[in-house]
Design a protein around this ligand. Structure first.
Ligand SMILES: [Zn+2]
Length: 372
């Protein structure tokens, strides 16, 4: 009788279920809600590794919040924009959606949510493939689904890391910023410490980040500005011995030891470490183990390490390491959004108050004026 049941059931199953894809999908960090200006997004990555014997083509990725709530679908150019093969593109014409046997591609997700709606507890990512070579049947789709719990812990709330003024959030949070995709393999696993990093540059009275002579650090309005503790905390790492270099002159050999230049790491809570990078040589005023207060000057903005011009690199990670920890979200208590740096004009810009949010990539913001 068992055989009869199988024979009856089989055609129905084949008609309604797509075959499983021979891939592994890992989510190293849980989807994390973060507010960028007025938009809430869920940020995470899917590491997709092929165990198939022939090349696969990623067709689309669908994201659901349970129960069966479609949040986003990515296909064609929108899908390609999410994908980066591990090790980079091997040839200029490489299709990022093509996955060779044994290879891994990372899908960088940045899923918009309503600012004030509920955040789902679980996401389901449905990834659909077809055979990559046209000789095989292109409609022979296979699918992999991965469910993962959303991280609901609160973002760290920071005070400004620099004095009152108008600041450019260079490389600030977006799904395509260089920081967002700075995936590093260290100590046997991968990390994106800089997932929510910002490179802060001061805008001066000429409406630019520097004066005419862009070859001198002193021409940059931000150079030598005080760098401030963003919260009460304890200093956990200090490097202060690396010379500053001239703008657009990269240091000879970039290593793990000097990539961030002179830097301070400040522990502000459980699994919350603020990394300040590229500080001015000899400017660090704090020592490991020292307690600091919010707003206290800890160093000065410099041009050390892997930089092209003076700026303060700032991010928050879950461990005491510049690159060997996972970047976690943070927000500024308050700031004014003055629009995009690409179109910014000193005398004609929007002025939008924001609170408990992060500025987006290349946004110009102002803080201070008596507020924390
Ligand atoms: Zn940076």
């Amino acid at each position: 009788m068992g055989l009869v049941h199988v024979m009856v059931g089989l055609p129905i199953a084949l008609a309604s279920v797509t075959a499983p894809a021979r891939v592994e999908i890992e989510t190293p960090e849980p989807p994390t809600p973060v507010v960028i200006d007025s938009q809430r997004v869920l940020v995470y990555e899917l590491h997709i590794t092929s165990f198939a014997r022939t090349p696969l083509e990623l067709r689309h990725i669908e994201v659901f919040g349970r129960p069966a709530l479609p949040l986003a679908t990515y296909r064609d150019s929108a899908l390609a924009a999410l994908l980066e093969p591990v090790g980079g593109m091997h040839e200029p014409a490489h299709d990022p959606a093509r996955l060779e046997p044994g290879r891994r591609v990372v899908a960088y997700l940045w899923v918009p949510l309503p600012r004030h709606g509920a955040v789902p507890d679980t996401l389901v990512d449905r990834v659909v493939f077809s055979p990559a070579d046209s000789a095989a049947a292109p409609n022979d789709e296979t699918v992999a689904e991965a469910a993962v719990a959303v991280r609901h812990t609160e973002a760290a709330v920071l005070s400004p890391p620099l004095p009152e003024g108008i600041w450019l959030a260079g490389g600030g949070p977006s799904n395509v910023s260089p920081h967002r995709r700075a995936l590093a393999a260290l100590g046997g696993r991968t990390y994106i410490a800089q997932r929510f990093a910002v490179d802060w540059m001061l805008i001066g009275p000429n409406g630019d980040t520097h004066q005419v002579d862009a070859t001198r650090n002193e021409s940059y309005w931000g150079f030598d500005q005080p760098v401030l503790a963003v919260a009460d905390g304890e200093v956990t790492e200090v490097v202060d011995s690396i010379p500053d270099h001239a703008p657009h002159v990269l240091p000879g050999a970039v290593t793990l030891a000097n990539i961030a230049g002179n830097h301070v790491i400040l522990r502000i809570g459980a699994h919350r470490y603020v990394v300040y990078g590229h500080l001015e040589h000899g400017s660090v005023r704090v020592r490991p183990g020292e307690r600091v207060r919010r707003g206290q000057t800890i160093a000065k903005l410099g041009d050390s390490g892997q930089t092209t011009a003076p700026h303060l690199h700032l991010h928050v990670a879950d461990g005491n390491s510049v690159l060997g920890a996972e970047g976690v979200p943070w927000v500024l208590r308050s700031y004014e959004d003055l629009g995009s740096g690409n179109t910014f004009e000193l005398n004609a810009h929007p002025d939008i108050p924001r609170s408990l949010a992060l500025p987006g990539e290349s946004e110009v913001v102002r803080w201070g004026r008596g507020r924390p």
